[in-house]
Design a protein around this ligand. Structure first.
Ligand SMILES: NC(=O)c1ccc[n+]([C@@H]2O[C@H](COP(=O)([O-])OP(=O)(O)OC[C@H]3O[C@@H](n4cnc5c(N)ncnc54)[C@H](O)[C@@H]3O)[C@@H](O)[C@H]2O)c1
Length: 410
């Protein structure tokens, strides 16, 4: 039976979910015993600071900013769920320093990006956008010239992480031959062939698609030289990050006819909100598909994000599990009955574990189970003890000089 949050703590457990998070998140947390308040929009700093006292779990998407000064006022806050991929909107360091765990959903929209990339590869290879435009202009251009099957064509994937490797599997199922380049040593899926450099991919591929991450070193990764090296008549896709590609160079190679088409979902500067004007040198080019950073935006991905992040918040609050947290040491602690669980976050210096166990031994407490994990400056110990745990024991653990935060969680 799942533990009930209120029964565990003996008090009210409150969660605040902002920015129209998928209703599955509310359902999951309510069923686990939280009183859940929701809001459709984001909150500014002052209002957020006002709403957080008494709230243990906060859910946001990309617009609400959780700064150090907000965290300073949020004494009851235990965890923040970023119901999206990015976590730049949260001061992760300040959160960790206060023992506030942050979770996100790094994999929930992987499949959505893969499907959009595949749809675009097929559409561009068949020149569907050109045919479609002509039909709407009243022109019946029945011709096979420049239209190809994707079966047997060579797909070059640059960045073979979550998205790149899943695209590799699905593209092979369509009969494409996959070549990939990743700066890290990655296991090839299926019959995909690893290339030793970006240039090797460009030399062989009929379609080149970028799925690298957003590290600063990837700025300008793909420019004049790389487009020039692509095979004549090949197709280019970028669904990774806007700053990775030189759009002036891409325009030149489309206009010259060296490239047969392109699909771009991400831009160096993007409008801030829905409905705002979009400017780009790529507008109006033939066989170029432009989409407003929607690679990961599907209802399925939103639903998966809602469920995934809410479950992470619940498991952290109820069991101390920090698996996939972006700012805590990673520790997978599962539900256990018949013991009291203490979660101790501390500065990672020698002797802390001995100090914790000395406090427990002095209180004549038997340790039934104990797990430790560290990450940089932080250490995290989850200890299951037999019998009674009074407030005095928690206070003694809090008094250890290295302690960041102690939570009695069951
Ligand atoms: N368009 C969208 O809506 C959307 C949605 C989700 C993710 N993304 C973006 O897609 C990209 C990939 O996401 P992911 O989850 O697969 O990331 P990931 O971290 O799992 O994979 C990125 C891979 O790129 C490799 N890499 C980094 N720099 C490289 C370089 N210069 N050359 C070769 N390989 C390099 C890394 O080693 C890693 O294997 C990210 O930039 C992410 O922000 C876009």
């Amino acid at each position: 039976m799942p533990q009930d949050a209120a029964a565990v703590t003996g008090g009210r457990r409150r969660a605040l979910l902002l920015e129209n998070i998928h209703p599955d998140a509310r359902t999951l947390l309510s069923e686990a015993g939280w009183e859940v308040e929701t809001a459709t929009g984001a909150l500014g700093e002052a209002e957020l600071a006002q709403r957080l006292p008494g709230v243990q779990l906060l859910g946001i998407r990309s617009t609400t900013h959780v700064s150090e000064s907000v965290l300073e006022t949020a004494r009851d806050l235990e965890a923040i769920g970023a119901f999206c991929i990015g976590t730049n909107q949260i001061d992760l360091f300040a959160a960790a320093a206060r023992g506030v765990a942050v979770f996100n959903a790094p994999y929930s929209n992987t499949r959505s990006v893969v499907e959009l990339a595949l749809a675009e590869i097929i559409a561009l290879t068949r020149r569907l956008t050109v045919k479609d435009r002509l039909m709407h202009d009243g022109v019946w251009d029945k011709s096979a010239v420049g239209a190809h099957e994707v079966r047997g064509r060579r797909l070059g994937i640059v960045g073979y992480g979550n998205i790149g490797s899943q695209l590799s599997v699905v593209a092979e199922a369509l009969g494409m031959s996959v070549f990939f380049y990743d700066s890290a040593d990655k296991l090839a899926m299926g019959n995909a062939r690893r290339c030793g450099s970006l240039g090797e991919v460009l030399d062989v591929a009929d379609v080149v698609t970028l799925h690298v991450d957003g590290r600063a070193g990837n700025s300008g990764l793909f420019g004049e030289e790389e487009f020039a090296r692509m095979r004549p008549g090949s197709i280019f896709l970028n669904l990774s990050r806007g700053f990775v590609v030189d759009h002036d160079a891409l325009r030149r190679h489309i206009v010259s006819g060296h490239l047969a088409g392109a699909a771009v979902d991400v831009f160096p500067t993007e409008p801030k909100g829905r409905g705002e004007a979009f400017e780009s040198q790529l507008r109006g080019l033939p066989n170029v598909i432009l989409t407003p950073h929607v690679g990961g935006s599907t209802e399925e991905a939103q639903e998966d994000i809602g469920r995934f992040v809410a479950a992470k918040l619940r498991d952290y609050a109820l069991h101390g599990s920090t698996t996939l947290s972006v700012n805590m040491p990673s520790l997978a602690s599962e539900e256990r009955t018949g013991t009291v669980r203490l979660a101790h976050l501390h500065h990672n210096v020698p002797g802390v574990l001995a100090g914790i166990n000395r406090v427990l031994a002095d209180a004549a407490v038997n340790i039934e189970g104990q797990q430790l994990s560290t990450r940089g400056d932080l250490g995290y110990v989850v200890t299951d003890i037999a019998g009674h745990c009074d407030g005095e024991l928690v206070r003694r653990l809090e008094a250890l000089p290295e302690t960041v935060r102690v939570r009695r969680i069951s």
